[in-house]
Design a protein around this ligand. Sequence first.
Ligand SMILES: [Zn+2]
Length: 309
Amino acid sequence: MPPTLARRSLELAGLSVPLIELTGSSAGPLLTVIAGVHGCEYASMAGVRRWLRELAARELRGRVRAVPVLNVTAFAARTPFVVPEDGKNLNRCFPGDPAGTLAERLAHDAFTQLIAGSDAYIDAHCGDLVEALQPFALYEAGPAEERARELAAAYRLPYVIRQVAGPDRAVSGTSSGAAAAAGIPAITAEAGECGLVPEQAVALHVAGLNGVLELLGMAELPPGAPARRPRQTQLDRFLWLRGRHAGWWEPAVGAGDTVAAGQVIGTVSTLDGTDVLEEVVAPVAGVIIFLTSSPAVAADGLLLGLGAR
Ligand SMILES: [Zn+2]
């Protein structure tokens, strides 16, 4: 018997956010899935939307709670990276603040109403409007990491990054990090890039979410899905490189390329094209996980993420 589908609008920080709940015919875990924490990451939203439509016709144990587009004002305004009302990156605001600005309140309400109490949590992302990206899953070192690593493996993306606390730590305040801190196994799963909706990236998210359902014992893999997982590369460091100067960014590498320590991976030059302001050098050997694809960069602007062992 297919699951019961309920669709409604959830009020989060005064915003109306679309929520789909699928309740299986037998008891089981509660899996929460959110996409659109960043409002222009369309491939991940498309993946969650398609996965939900297909799952509505399948056999499910337990319950799925999913929001295909969380950052609804950024989606409407086509604003990359941030919540347009306060300019804050929602995925640096978790677990949020009920007395804060809109991004902080949205994080708080999403955390308390959606993520808390889940048996597993998936935050689906891709490269934003101006980000090229190699598909990967990110999880946090800590008490829930064993199950989180299994979730990352089940999502079937080519790279898996374990993030540890300390000076190397690239990113904090993420929804999956806040979930992990609350003891909930969680990953950030990234596939897709540059505001596009390519079939390959959408399919990666659908296959990943189905892999998670299988891992959690909530559903069989759908007919035709490859049972074997692809080979994955485990990385233990995630270094985010910034440019010192504002100007014209010209990468010499692409997402997925491997680089050697000391290799020049791009330049920032003056807008008139005459002077190179800086050469950006790989501090360690690794693989380019994401890359700013826009030539326009600010001083101290994020240029790329380098995954390393
Ligand atoms: Zn994102």
